[in-house]
Design a protein around this ligand. Structure first.
Ligand code: HEC
Length: 190
């Protein structure tokens, strides 16, 4: 009798196994190979140069990995940028390379983590691809301003952009409401 029970349990487990795996796959559709590829492309593509806040190290600002790709820190009370020079020095940036001032106004590197309110949490893969392909938010919103290097990033293949998005999706979401760009004022462009 005991033996029969064991057999029944064994058969039930065998029958249930594929169902269990299917449920698991549905629950976590993470594709680790794609995420790893995306991580490589993000690192080699220097996204963190502008999108990761910096902390001060022995040689000056260095990436703060606890705030990976979370954009210009909203809490940093930056004073208005100095007036732009009229000569060859045209662009000013803060020590973290997350805030930029130039003839286009002032821009702040955005939060690329999957936070729903302040990052890309609500974006689909297609939204991301459309943004890079058109240089406009989600393919139809406002144009992305400098120094976001859309022209260069647009050289990635669609598969590569999808891998980048998969990696961004795998990051811990960080709440950081990056300020909107400030248009140039006559005073700033003198
Ligand atoms: C030289 C600095 C710089 C680099 C390098 C850079 N970005 Fe940006 N990025 C910015 C700035 C500044 C903005 C905000 C522009 C604006 O507000 O119009 C931005 C905006 C974006 C946006 C729009 C997000 C939104 O919420 O609208 C995406 C997506 C993005 N960057 C992805 C990337 C990726 C992916 C890489 C690397 C492959 C990258 N960026 C490299 C500076 C940079």
């Amino acid at each position: 009798m005991k033996k029969i029970n064991v057999i029944i349990v064994g058969v039930a487990a065998l029958l249930a196994a594929p169902l269990f795996h299917a449920a698991e796959a549905k629950k976590s559709p993470r594709n680790e190979t794609q995420i790893k590829r995306g991580e490589h492309l993000v690192k080699a593509g220097l996204c963190a140069d502008c999108h990761t806040p910096k902390k001060l190290g022995p040689n000056g600002p260095e990436e703060d990995h606890s705030l990976m790709l979370s954009g210009h820190p909203a809490g940093s009370a930056l004073p208005p940028p100095p007036k732009l020079a009229s000569g060859p020095w045209q662009i000013i940036t803060d020590g973290g390379l997350t805030a930029w001032s130039g003839p286009w106004g002032v821009t702040f590197a955005r939060n690329l983590t999957p936070d729903k309110e302040t990052g890309l949490g609500d974006w689909t893969e297609q939204n991301f691809v459309d943004t890079i392909r058109t240089g406009k938010k989600m393919g139809k919103g406002r144009a992305l301003l400098p120094p976001m290097p859309v022209e260069g990033i647009n050289n990635y293949t669609t598969d590569e952009l999808k891998a980048i998005f998969a990696y961004l999706r795998s990051l811990p979401p960080i709440k950081n409401a990056v300020p909107e760009p400030i248009p140039p004022t006559p005073a700033a462009s003198q």
